[in-house]
Design a protein around this ligand. Sequence first.
Ligand code: HPA
Ligand code: ZN
Length: 342
Amino acid sequence: MNPTLADKIARAPKAELHIHIEGSLEPELIFQLAQRNGVKLAYESIDALRAAYAFTDLQSFLDIYYAGASVLLHEQDFYDMTTAYVERALADHVTHAEIFFDPQTHTERGVPMETVVAGIERALADGEKRGMTSKLILCFLRHLSEEDALATFDSALPLFDQYRHRLIGVGLDSSEQGHPPSKFERVFAKARDKGLKLVAHAGEEGPPAYVYEALDLLKVDRVDHGVRSIEDPALVARLADARIALTVCPLSNLKLCVFDDMTRHTLKDLLDRGVAVMVNSDDPAYFGGYVNANYFAIVDALKLSEDEVYTLLKNSLEASFVTPAERDAMVANLDAYWHAAA
Ligand code: HPA
Ligand code: ZN
């Protein structure tokens, strides 16, 4: 890529809308926390752990991702993990992030949900002072039952009130195949009744039918990944018309073998058809890069133009769950930067 465009992308103000905070745990921090907390890992060294990051599909990643998260026990651990992400994001000029967390990964190990949210919140509040605004989205693990998700939702109710400024929505992640959105219709209806924002991973490994279910049954405001939507032209047209954004994660898709080569990624086809796509890092500690690395990889592989990059950046801001005034201010900030930069 031309170095001027790379530099322009690197320093552009941007929003990141698809980042699992547990997926930002770098191997070094996993080992540090394991030692601090006396947790035994199945890997002997940082290098041995990193060597295991050779994924063949979503499940092969998830097995290691949940093992990595097992070192998180105390409020300070969640604070340290989130602060490390904030630093990486600020370095990439992320001015706004909407961050997923997986409470069930922690509550099933006996860590109270209050501990998880308190640590993340303290780091995000510090991040605001350093220039990155943020929201938090509670994700249900779809390989578990809907009863488990309903119980998780009920126990999160006080947190949705206490952290109203931050905790603004629910999402759906983990093993997609065999766990369609329809399995979670009731818990999403409860979240909708509470006025929360709704998102779901769909069409990452799963078929376009799962994206339709996310829209029609869960009534999501955004779709996470959604790249397999391209297989259904009517679905693509609907996403474009309804301005339902897809939070695309290029390096994740490559590492989890959703595409066998970045040049075969469908982001540009979706963009050409008017779908509001943008670029995100998903689980940056596992997939080889934070948000700017994702921009570089996809812009390079698909030879995206400067105007197309601008659209991606603008989409990231416009698809965020902030007030219209905040959104306008973020877009104005991008415009001022983009037109002033070389
Ligand atoms: N897909 C599904 N579940 C996840 C992912 C993902 O990319 N990352 C973390 N949990
Ligand atoms: Zn994800």
